[in-house]
Design a protein around this ligand. Structure first.
Ligand code: HEM
Length: 134
């Protein structure tokens, strides 16, 4: 594995960690009615982290090639879209606190799924164990 690949992957994994951490912090601030949720930094930093996460993802894909990895990469992209939609419902669009709480838990589970797909290069990620042969 080349140095560039390893560096980009380290950036990618760091941003993934910061993304879920930032999400959980904002989700807790929303549930506890914290004023910090509306702070300038709270609105700007997640966009920077998520942009870097995506740019590093695109750079990694150009190195390893999409074709040979289409199955698990597609699972990550679908997972990412579901994570983003659940995230917006958890932070803003959910109509009740209960709905936002549930969407937040689901977003965290989907995030863990994306990370498990990345590690295993298996489009089923951690779901694989559920349909694996005995
Ligand atoms: C929330 C979104 C994402 C998370 C949590 C995430 C997480 C990760 C993690 C943990 C790794 C390291 C896996 C390992 O080698 O152990 C990784 C690698 C990688 N990710 Fe992501 N990722 C996300 C989004 C994406 C997207 C959207 C793409 C592009 C479609 C992408 C493409 C890649 C590639 C190409 C690698 C390198 C895989 C390898 O080591 O061979 N990631 N990702």
């Amino acid at each position: 594995m080349g140095d560039t690949f390893l560096t980009l992957r380290a950036i990618h994994m760091t941003c993934a960690g910061l993304s879920i951490l930032g999400f959980i912090v904002r989700w807790i601030w929303m549930l506890t009615n914290s004023r910090l949720l509306n702070a300038r930094m709270t609105k700007i930093v997640p966009h920077i982290v998520d942009t870097l996460l995506l740019l590093s993802a695109i750079a990694l894909v150009t190195i390893i090639g999409f074709g040979a990895n289409a199955a698990w990469l597609s699972a990550k992209i679908v997972g990412l879209i579901v994570y983003i939609v659940l995230g917006t419902f958890a932070l803003k669009r959910g109509r009740t606190k209960g709905a936002r709480a549930v969407c937040g838990v689901l977003a965290i589970v989907v995030f863990a799924f994306i990370a498990s797909v990345a590690r295993t290069h298996d489009p089923a990620g951690f779901l694989h164990a559920m349909h694996a042969a005995p």
